[in-house]
Design a protein around this ligand. Sequence first.
Ligand code: B12
Ligand code: SF4
Length: 519
Amino acid sequence: MKVFLINPPHPSIGSRIPREHLPPLGLLALGGPLRDAGHEVKLLDAEFGPLRLEEIVKQILDLRPSAILLGHSGSTSGHPSAVRIIRAVREVLPGVWIIYGGVFPTYHYAQIMEQEPGVDFVVRSEGEETIVKLIYALENPERRLQEVPGIVFRGEDGKVVVNPLAPVIRDLDACRVGWELIDHKRYTYYGKRRAVVVQFSRGCPHHCHYCGQHGFWRQWRHRDPVKFAAEIAWLHRELGVEVFNLADENPTAHREAWRAFLEALISEKVKVIIIGTTRAGDIVRDADILHLYKRAGVERFLLGLESTEDATLQAIHKGSTQAVDREAIRLMRQHGIISMAAWVAGFVQEKDSDYWRTLRQLLSYDPDQIQALYATPHSWTPFARQEGKRRVIQPDLSRWDYKHQVLAGAFVPNWRVLLWVKFIEVICQARLKAVWRLLAHPDRRFRDGMRWYSNIGRRVWIYEIWQWLFHDRRTRFGPTVSEFLRGGWKAPAWKTVNPPGRAKDRSYSDEPREIVAAR
Ligand code: B12
Ligand code: SF4
């Protein structure tokens, strides 16, 4: 079958500001097995440009595929963009199979099947095995769709059929990534270096109450450390890839497996850069092997600190403490690994004094870089259930990207939250120690990493304020979290139309924004 994989363009700041793109690993992971099963597979990465809707449709019409597969790594906030493509394609190609997968569709299949008649199938959870079975079933009608685990579709009577989930994939090494589907020269990151996203493990053994990734992958598993290192070395030698962005939720979860990977990569003798996200506790646990991290090429880890208060860390089930977080940053510095501290506003109802204390604590932690985010309640998390009655102030799903405040605060108005967040960011990034590391750190690669981030950070900082002032719409009397997550993003009862004279979001506003501007 002729299959077209489509990576929809994403409106998030993180996608638009850096003029660099990473390959969409989720789609490539489907492409490998599909090609091996004998299908003709092509990928359209609409992030480049970003491509406008008409251009995407044109490319689809040119190829005339039998099946279109859409998915997005910025899953929730990418949904409106995916939907625009689905609707447009359905109009011009009524007979094409449209298959939608990823994190958001996995949990919101009921609303999607109801709201988007253009979607034929939603694939739940990991897709490699399911998609091959589904395409086979579509080509061989004697194979009943009811027998394909992991899919949601409409039966002959029009009723939605939800098949049981497919078993988790045990042997991750058996799933080949379709690297041949992309032109590697186009994908760069971390300062115009050729880059890819790779995944050592899936899932996470922890249960932070705002995160659903452990539930999405269901079981923590990892690839064979030696084979994984060999694939990295192959990508470096054969395709010139320098930067490897780990897609893992938590690559270091299993000390021995991670150590085996580091040793295998060191023995491959390739000069690569590894960046990713991990837990502070794992860094502290690995104090005696951090030199292996560095030798293998680990250049930067984002540490999801989330909060600098022990009580909040406990409330969100983070399983970390101030002392551990602080120590992890110190150890990373000792080993020349850039520490990026991610802090999240809104897990508790902060007051002005809480923001001030956070700033002082973050300064005392002394991370090299900081990323400030906003608490975002995904329906599949305990956090969303806990905050079910809280008001949503941002009913535009495309803004649910952790970089926009979506929940109303009880004590501090939205404009002041923004000021605090921007103030914390600028003070942390502009303090003398951080500037010194940026300009004069003895390790050139460390300096490069700092410079890359601060160049992007500066532009994002200004862009976010600009967006807040002139583009983003918020509502004062929005739905509750539970109303919104039941599909309320589609037909809000709180709707008012774009205020006249307001500029629209440049490339993504095919439809009018139905949100009131309120500050
Ligand atoms: C790498 C990454 C990025 C890269 C994306 C590069 C790229 N081109 O894809 C960068 C750094 C640019 C990025 C940006 C963002 N990201 Co990001 N990112 C990740 C990360 C770490 C890995 C994604 C990945 O490759 N996973 C591995 C692949 C194999 O899994 P997958 O994509 O889910 O695909 C599998 C299944 O979902 C399914 N599937 C997926 N699509 C489809 C489609 C079909 C048809 C089918 C059948 C199946 C299917 O099958 C695949 C194979 O099993 C994840 C966390 C994670 N571990 O997944 C966060 C994550 C996806 N990102 C997230 C977010 C919020 C963002 C941003 C919005 C952040 C921001 N404010 O800028 C932006 C969005 C912009 C964008 N372009 O995606 C969230 C999404 C939350 C949610 N569920 O809504 C995640 C889950 C992080 C988190 N823990 O919250 N991100
Ligand atoms: S936030 Fe990180 S550590 Fe916590 S459950 Fe999610 S992936 Fe695991």
